[in-house]
Design a protein around this ligand. Structure first.
Ligand code: ACO
Length: 311
């Protein structure tokens, strides 16, 4: 028989209610949330790097201001998410140590290079588009602080997606060289963006339990389908080609038929052997070390204030 606490937790989940930080929760539920929320936070923080690469080279003052705002939004998303994870009893220091030691996961997508300006368009359109598909359902996640953080994050992500679309649209209305640059970026980001949703359902060890707990609302493959359904008409408006010759809508099932995703590449990136894994982690580690004096100064100031208050 369930204990009274287990019964209460089960009743909240069954009623599609919210679990709050002081509520009792199973250890495995807590661990799953710490895992997912901290990975998500790390993704936002590491995700600042591919775009920060273009801030000094944005083609106009307006583009530069927009890109800076977007990269700052990502820092903000990371901070809300670390705060949400902290309500589960983990510390910011523990999460950060795991990240810089290379022990924590962050999204595979941020391990690819950004060689051209069109990558800023493709990241906004494809990467932030995938993030929205994945994250809108997370606004209803059963854990209150996570769901609430996602509401604001999703609003900002939809702005990011539109700015990416608009960069690509402008390039596609430009010279043949600009059109080629846009298509080349779409070719490079399309498959990695499909991999963002995670392994196929029959190889996703966490999905079933996370769905039972109302953390995930859809499976990885369901969200991938929804994403492709969103891209197809937008690609037409842009005039870009999605780089999958097999892609078509199967009218009978309403599902998109697509070529096999390269899961070997995905697993290599997860194992730390993607094109930019080492560089991304090194940059994060250096930034953390460079910021040590700020943390020390803040701690010294807080200690001094505490003594003054006692006096
Ligand atoms: N990149 C890196 N790791 C991944 C990815 C990916 N794209 N997809 C799945 N994985 C990992 C999972 O974290 C899990 O590893 P773990 O058990 O060591 O944690 C493993 O692969 C198996 O996957 P699943 O069983 O499907 O894991 P899960 O149920 O957690 O689903 C998913 C993965 C969909 C990414 C989920 O965690 C999620 O929705 N997270 C929140 C969204 C997020 O993190 N977005 C970050 C990128 S978007 C952005 O920041 C702009």
């Amino acid at each position: 028989d369930p204990t009274p606490e287990e019964a209460q937790f089960g009743a909240i989940i069954a009623a599609d209610g919210r679990i709050e930080p002081r509520d009792w929760m199973p250890d495995a539920y807590r661990r799953t949330l710490v895992r997912q929320i901290s990975q998500h936070a790390h993704s936002e923080i590491i995700g600042m790097q591919p775009e920060a690469n273009w801030i000094t080279r944005a083609p106009s003052l307006k583009r530069k201001a927009i890109l800076m705002a977007k990269v700052q939004d990502e820092a903000g998303h990371g901070l809300y998410l670390y705060s949400a994870a902290q309500t589960l009893g983990t510390t910011r220091d523990d999460m950060m140590d795991a990240l810089i030691a290379g022990k924590a996961r962050y999204s595979s997508i941020f391990n690819y290079p950004t060689p051209t300006w069109a990558d800023m368009g493709a990241i906004g359109w494809l990467v932030d588009g995938a993030a929205i598909c994945n994250q809108v359902p997370l606004c209803r996640a059963s854990y209150g602080p996570y769901g609430r953080a996602m509401v604001r994050i999703c609003k900002e992500e939809s702005f990011h997606q539109r700015q990416g679309f608009e960069i690509l649209l402008e390039l596609m209305r430009g010279t043949p060289a600009q059109q080629r640059m846009a298509q080349d970026a779409v070719d490079r980001w399309y498959w990695p963006s499909l991999q963002m949703f995670g392994p196929p359902d029959d190889q996703s060890p966490n999905s079933a339990q996370s769905m039972e707990w109302n953390i995930k609302r859809f499976t990885n493959d369901e969200l991938r389908q929804r994403f492709v359904g969103m891209l197809v008409p937008q690609a037409e408006v842009l005039g870009v080609t999605l780089p999958d010759p097999e892609l078509r809508l199967d009218e009978a099932s309403g599902r998109y038929v697509m070529s096999e995703i390269d899961w070997t590449e995905f697993n290599e990136v997860l194992a730390g052997r993607g094109p930019m894994n080492a560089e991304r982690l090194k940059r994060r580690r250096d930034a953390h070390e460079d910021g040590a004096w700020v943390r020390e100064a803040a701690a010294a100031y807080a200690a001094k204030r505490a003594v003054q208050r006692e006096a």
